[in-house]
Design a protein around this ligand. Structure first.
Ligand code: SF4
Ligand code: SF3
Length: 543
């Protein structure tokens, strides 16, 4: 029945995926995800217009953020899971409707599905292109994709039993608003900023959840070679899954390796006590097709980014948990206390060969806010003496496009008196280049996952305080961000909310931004698309 999706950076022709996703998402799956989002909008409208108290609907709050997170790029490819989620959300929606007496609800809050055919039909036309004018549609999608990122961070914090009601409130408010047809550009821009504010709060909550549970990240050398034992590779962003896997593999002779965005787990004190945590294997998500072949052992996905496996061998070794999913791969559910049984993965690992070494040596990371604050005298002194001229925030995502070579070249060509602050899987474009240090301060300071972009904000705010500045934009910090999926959209909104100007964004601007919305972002925030490496370095050095 056709599809339309333009939520990520790799969208077809930088316009939209219409005949299957570049990511591997089928038309059916794309339509089902649209229907899931549509149902969540209906739930949100009932909650907002019915003035339901969020405190009394915890179960709904949790299931809504899970549903949103599932539709993030490369997270869940399983139609059956999305169908079950739609059915669950429809029954929640219908029950909520009995609790309120609101008239004139939209179709999203009232439609009924009786058969699978009904569902397929409905899914085929509630998709990503509502009948709004171009700029309104663009801003609604900026908000929706930011909300998906917000749901992801909220969900990770919830796994560590940290919640903030106002995050659910803004999710409902924003989703319900996207059903309205009479919204002005001004209203939607203001709502985008509210989502950005919620992004700052969600990242602060997650930071508090992670650091209170696992300690503050500290400077750490991570092995990128291999040992001689069979291994399990763990990917995605969920630290609670890693913790349980490390506990369950203790003493079994199986080593655990991190992959892609799980690399920063090595920086937490709590994980250092596990001698079965052997190192980090491979690079950013998009290289997994080759790297999973040579890894030899089972792979556990805790969140995105899954690339649909080409070979049956790799597919048979992939397990999923949490919001991730792939058809034909074993999914491991938690019990009601959040406990997961990974014994199937461990048993499989015991029958497998150890990983083939693809790299040797180590990389250094762990520069979260606490660690950088501990170095602040050194850092401030280096800025004052001119040893450090500029900090380049190069956080965000990596991806398949050849144009992302820009970021490697950019890092290589930066003047030696500059330091890169990074977070997210973008770092794999330059974290193995050996860019040296400035008086003991590494020139690439990795704060952690995309989730940890908050640390970069904290570092900027701390420097602003130390240097006694009024405006965050007066700091010698410039932003050259790379985006791919929807968490990066939230991070961008969070930075805009904080008043950060002149952000360079690439490798392309989001396809969901209309020319007028881009103009609003350029006029109000100085946002610019990346250009040629040398020109951009010159430009950003002068800001
Ligand atoms: Fe296309 Fe990205 Fe949507 Fe996948 S997530 S269908 S690649 S726009
Ligand atoms: Fe990466 Fe998927 Fe964005 Fe978490 S793992 S940063 S892309």
């Amino acid at each position: 029945m056709g599809m339309f999706c333009y939520q990520c950076q790799e969208t077809g022709r930088n316009k939209g995926c219409e005949f299957g996703g570049v990511c591997g998402k089928s038309e059916d799956l794309a339509d089902l995800q649209d229907l899931l989002i549509y149902t969540l909008k209906g739930i949100s409208e009932i909650i907002i217009k019915g003035k339901l108290d969020i405190k009394n609907i915890s179960y709904v709050n949790h299931q809504v953020i899970k549903g949103l997170f599932m539709t993030i790029t490369n997270a869940n490819f399983n139609d059956d899971v999305i169908i079950m989620k739609i059915e669950q959300m429809l029954s929640i929606r219908n029950e909520l409707r009995t609790k309120v007496s609101v008239k004139n609800l939209h179709d999203a809050a009232t439609f009924e599905i009786e058969t699978m055919n009904d569902m397929v039909y409905k899914a085929s036309y509630v998709g990503a292109v509502p009948k709004d004018k171009e700029d309104v549609r663009s801003l609604k999608h900026l908000i929706l994709f930011g909300i998906k990122g917000l749901a992801a961070y909220t969900y990770h914090a919830l796994n560590l039993r940290k919640e903030m009601e106002k995050l659910y409130a803004i999710i409902y408010e924003a989703l319900a608003a996207t059903l309205e047809t009479d919204l002005t550009i001004e209203y939607l821009v203001a709502l985008s900023m509210k989502v950005g504010e919620a992004g700052v709060n969600a990242m602060a909550l997650l930071d508090e959840a992670n650091t209170s549970q696992y300690g503050n990240p500290e400077t750490t050398k991570v092995n990128i070679g291999v040992r001689n034992n069979p291994g399990i590779l763990i990917s995605g962003h969920d630290l609670t899954d890693l913790e349980q896997l490390l506990e369950q593999t203790k003493g079994t002779g199986i080593d655990v390796y991190t992959h892609s965005e799980m690399l920063p787990s090595h920086y937490y004190p709590a994980f250092k006590k596990y001698d079965n945590l052997a190192g980090n294997y491979g690079n950013a998500w998009w290289k997994q097709e080759d790297e999973f072949v040579s890894f030899n052992g089972p792979i556990l996905f805790t969140t995105n980014c899954i690339v649909p496996p080409n070979s049956e061998d790799v597919r048979s070794r992939i397990f999923t948990t949490g919001i991730s999913g792939f058809p034909g791969c074993v999914h491991i559910e938690s019990d009601s206390n959040g406990k997961k049984d990974f014994s199937k993965i461990i048993e499989l690992a015991k029958t497998m060969k150890p990983p083939v070494e693809i790299e040797k040596g180590s990389i250094v990371g762990g520069f979260g806010h606490n660690q950088v604050f501990a170095l602040s005298d050194k850092v401030v002194n280096a800025v004052k003496t001119g040893a450090i001229k500029k900090f380049f925030v190069m956080a965000g995502c990596d991806g398949r496009m050849e144009s992302r070579e820009y970021y490697t070249q950019f890092a290589k060509k930066l003047p030696m008196d500059t330091v890169i602050l990074t977070a997210g899987c973008a770092k794999y474009r330059y974290n193995k280049l050996g860019l040296g240090d400035i008086g003991g301060i590494p020139r690439v300071l990795d704060a952690g996952q995309c989730n940890d972009s908050y640390s970069l904000v904290m570092i900027a705010l701390k420097l602003k305080e130390v240097f006694g500045l009024q405006d965050i934009n007066d700091l010698p910090i410039v932003y050259n961000l790379s985006w791919y999926e929807q968490k990066a959209v939230l991070v961008l909104l969070a930075l805009l909310y904080l008043g950060v100007r002149n952000i360079h964004l690439g490798p392309t601007l989001p396809a969901f931004l209309s020319p007028n919305v881009i103009k609003i972002l350029v006029d109000n925030f100085g946002i610019a698309e990346i250009g040629a490496v040398d020109d951009d370095i010159k430009l950003l050095m002068e800001i």
